[in-house]
Design a protein around this ligand. Structure first.
Ligand SMILES: NC(=O)c1ccc[n+]([C@@H]2O[C@H](COP(=O)([O-])OP(=O)(O)OC[C@H]3O[C@@H](n4cnc5c(N)ncnc54)[C@H](OP(=O)(O)O)[C@@H]3O)[C@@H](O)[C@H]2O)c1
Length: 233
């Protein structure tokens, strides 16, 4: 059985992954900002002793450190860390931009995954197949920039920055045997993706989890699409 930690586990893609892993019998530490308000996640944890909701605001280093301590008290390793939590603010045009929106987005989408990596890497190193998965998106891709009529300045920029961090972490953590990848989960019908998106989050979750299950160190430093194909950086 595999042990996962997933951020943003109370709704959208994170929640879809937690539900599927619960059914599979894997151990999941399901991070969310307000576990007391995550009724569905709490109910799932009551029914499945392999699901552990934990308080986790990825922008708050003391929350990340407390979560790492709480997880280490339960278990001696994590096999898979999925940095899934993110926000997307609408600043499609220059006049929409504000420093606060950019700071907030960078804080959740870039600082958050880095703090998570910093404080959970010790547990990942205890696994014999440690995998660090940063949920990215096609809007991060510099090569697809000509097609970037979608998204927003703060979000696209934050995901591109996270992709750079992904590549740096892949380089740093390869000697420790940890595979680090960025994954585009597809355009999903979530609060972020909207109702007209292509994919049910459960469909993306199933494919992303299958992809993660098959990751080896040979895949480190890749940007992958949920269906397993490579995405251009
Ligand atoms: N939806 C798409 O079409 C799409 C496309 C490409 C990539 N992605 C990526 O896929 C991932 C999942 O997206 P989604 O569509 O499932 O998003 P979503 O439905 O908006 O859910 C976002 C999750 O992130 C959490 N979160 C936000 N700020 C947080 C913080 N400071 N600390 C901890 N958790 C925080 C939210 O928790 P709260 O409930 O507490 O706010 C929520 O659980 C994201 O990385 C996103 O960028 C999505």
């Amino acid at each position: 059985m595999t042990t996962y930690l997933i951020t943003g586990a109370n709704r959208g893609l994170g929640w879809a992954m937690v539900q599927q892993l619960a059914r599979a019998g894997d151990t999941v530490f399901a991070g969310c900002r307000s576990p007391q308000n995550a009724a569905d996640l709490q109910a799932l944890a009551v029914e499945n002793s392999n699901i552990y909701p934990i308080q986790l605001d990825v922008t708050d280093e003391s929350s990340v450190m407390a979560a790492a301590k709480a997880v280490a008290a339960e278990i001696d390793k994590i096999d898979v860390l999925i940095n899934n939590a993110a926000i997307k603010i609408d600043d499609k045009e220059l006049q929409d931009i504000s420093a606060d929106k950019i700071h907030d987005t960078m804080n959740v989408n870039v600082v958050g995954p880095l703090l998570m990596a910093k404080h959970f890497v010790g547990l990942l190193k205890q696994s014999d197949s440690g995998r660090l998965v940063n949920i990215s998106g096609r809007l991060a891709s510099l090569l697809l920039l000509e097609d970037q009529k979608w998204g927003s300045y703060s979000y696209n920029g934050s995901k591109a920055a996270m992709n750079v961090a992904t590549r740096m972490m892949a380089h740093e953590l390869k000697p420790a045997g940890i595979c680090v990848v960025a994954v585009h989960p597809g355009w999903m019908q979530t609060d972020m993706g909207g109702a007209s998106a292509d994919l049910e989050p459960s469909v993306s979750a199933e494919q992303v989890l299958a992809l993660i299950a098959n990751l080896t160190l040979a895949d480190t430093n890749k940007f992958l699409v949920y269906n397993g194909t490579e995405h251009p950086w």
